[in-house]
Design a protein around this ligand. Structure first.
Ligand code: KIV
Ligand code: ZN
Length: 532
């Protein structure tokens, strides 16, 4: 029987803490639900003690997700474990994930602790965590740059103290597949009773090796992989879930391992995350990139037409890529629309279905026929915020040699608010009009900064849907310094230092790119307003 490898998803913790990937609570819940449907074994929902927002996210996700384990990260501090215990109180299957660094460089300069103190603290905190939870994971941060004999001692102590999973992170993406395989084999041979705990891997992608290192560890007996959707995460990111899962599946003959992932949900989960954080997926990205199944050269096309497996080692169907064939048109009714969405695997609440159907009708008026891709784009354009302002009408006047202007009317409840603005082009004019009408301002009284604006076609063809993604930042005063010395030393580097304020992502979808731009900017403004 093939070995079962658990998939531990840390998109909402290691992924979310990386720049440009932050999500609001509603977005995190949507991602958590998608991960549950995808079949991940463990969702790391956050780092409960790090902020009230993170605490709330862990708590709400723990309450919403029933079919997988929900984990919260903790440093080796009682107050971290206490916060996680509280946040996970209603979880169906809670896990406490405790970590402490074990490499010389981290112990000396970051922790300012001796190796003996690290051993002692590991023992004490794993035992403390076990008082509250049967499922405790211990991570030896920077394990791959740690002295091997010392690492083995830490692993032994963690297992004896009650850790049920021991994680071996390649925190800085330094190791190689061969080294990882040897390290896992070494630990399994050296640590007494090593098999009482599951050995896990957590690899970063600084040298582009995260996936290779993870699957190499599986070959040596690791039975959990920590990864993120689309590989988002600190610096160059974490091992990409979709790549790890498809590598194990496609080369099951070699790895002799299976996961519980429903691979047909991979594509959708990847798009969902990309839409929520406004980070597009590179065309040539393995498994989920647009080109992953496209055969351009004549020789390849000829081969694939004759026999798919000449150039295809996995099929688009296996990861759930929607078909581009035409499915619905202007005259299709609500029932046909709902039916097709359900065939695509979407279960939609009636109130939301009304909104999607209105968008569908609107789009069907502009495009004659709609594909599965269009339908997916509509569902994925879901907004995760209570909209204070919505678009009513707009008109732009633009050309060369004149300043562009935009006359805009927004709705705020029943109220209609309108204004006209000039700008360096129609998009700028429209954004200025939104600023004027909504009166959006940050804590410091300044207008939010437009950090990025991107546009791409969400579907194919001349009448494709144009999707705009904007990132708006509101700066605020620097965060107060960490209160206590010990917390500061044990802190995650990304949670100390200057506060960059709030960064929100807004998305807009329309066949008219000025309208997409207005919708995206308005979406971001509504999100900033909801933060206030
Ligand atoms: O990269 C790392 O070492 C981590 C640990 C906290 C598991 O994210
Ligand atoms: Zn990490």
């Amino acid at each position: 029987m093939p070995n079962q490898v658990k998939i531990f998803d840390t998109t909402l913790r290691d992924g979310e803490q990386s720049p440009g990937c932050s999500m609001n609570l509603a977005e995190k819940i949507e991602v958590a639900r998608a991960l549950e449907t995808l079949g991940v074994d463990i969702i790391e929902a956050g780092f409960a003690v790090s902020s009230p927002g993170d605490f709330e996210s862990v708590k709400t996700i723990a309450e919403s997700v029933r079919n997988c384990t929900v984990a919260s990260l903790c440093r080796c501090l009682e107050k971290d474990i206490d916060a996680s215990v509280q946040a996970l109180v209603n979880a169906a299957n809670p896990r406490l994930h405790v970590f402490l660094a074990t490499s010389d460089v981290h112990m000396k300069y970051k922790l300012r602790m001796t190796p003996e103190q690290v051993l002692e603290r590991t023992d004490k905190m794993v035992r403390y965590a076990r008082r509250f939870c049967e499922d405790v994971e211990f991570s030896a941060e920077d394990a791959t740059r740690s002295d091997r004999a010392f690492l083995a001692k830490v692993v032994e102590i963690a297992i004896n103290a009650g850790a049920t999973t021991v994680n071996i992170p390649d925190t800085v993406g330094y190791t190689t597949p061969m080294e990882m395989r040897e390290l896992i084999a070494y630990l399994r041979e050296t640590v007494p009773d090593c098999d009482r705990a599951i050995l896990s891997l957590h690899c970063h992608d600084d040298l582009g090796m995260a996936v290779a290192n993870s699957v190499a560890g599986v070959k040596a007996g690791a039975r959990q992989i920590e990864c993120t959707v689309n590989g988002i995460g600190e610096r160059a990111g974490n091992a990409a879930l979709e790549e790890v899962v498809m590598a194990l599946r496609t080369r099951a003959d070699f790895y002799d391992a299976v996961t519980g992932i429903d691979t047909t949900k991979i594509y959708r989960t990847s798009r969902l995350l990309s839409n929520i954080i406004g980070q597009s997926i590179p065309r040539n990205k393995a498994v989920v990139g647009k080109n992953a199944f496209a055969h351009e050269s004549g020789i390849h096309q000829h081969g694939v037409l004759a026999e798919k497996t000449t150039y295809e080692i996995m099929t688009p169907e296996s990861i759930g890529v929607p078909k581009n064939s035409l499915v619905l048109g202007k005259h299709s009714g609500r029932h046909a629309f709902e039916q097709r969405l359900s065939e695509l695997g979407y279960k939609i609440e009636p109130a939301e279905l009304d909104k999607f159907f209105a968008k569908f009708k609107d789009l069907a008026d502009k495009k004659k026929e709609l594909t599965d891709g269009d339908l997916e784009a509509i569902v994925q354009s879901r907004e995760y915020v209570e909209n204070l302002f919505t678009l009513d009408t707009f008109a732009v006047n633009t050309g060369n040699g004149i300043r562009s202007s935009c006359a805009l009317r927004l709705k705020k409840g029943e109220e209609l608010l309108e204004d006209v603005s000039l700008g360096d082009g129609p998009v700028d004019a429209a954004f200025n009009a939104i600023d004027k009408i909504t009166g959006i301002a940050c804590q410091d009284g300044e207008k939010p900064e437009l950090e990025s604006y991107t546009i791409h076609s969400a579907t194919d063809g001349k009448d494709a849907l144009g999707e705009v993604v904007v990132k708006l930042r509101c700066r605020s005063a620097a965060k107060a310094k960490a209160e206590d010395e010990e917390s500061d030393r044990l802190d995650l580097s990304s949670n100390t230092g200057e506060d960059d304020g709030v960064l929100v992502t807004g998305r807009g979808l329309s066949t008219d790119i000025i309208e997409s731009s207005i919708l995206a900017y308005l979406n971001a403004v509504n999100k900033l307003m909801s933060f206030k």
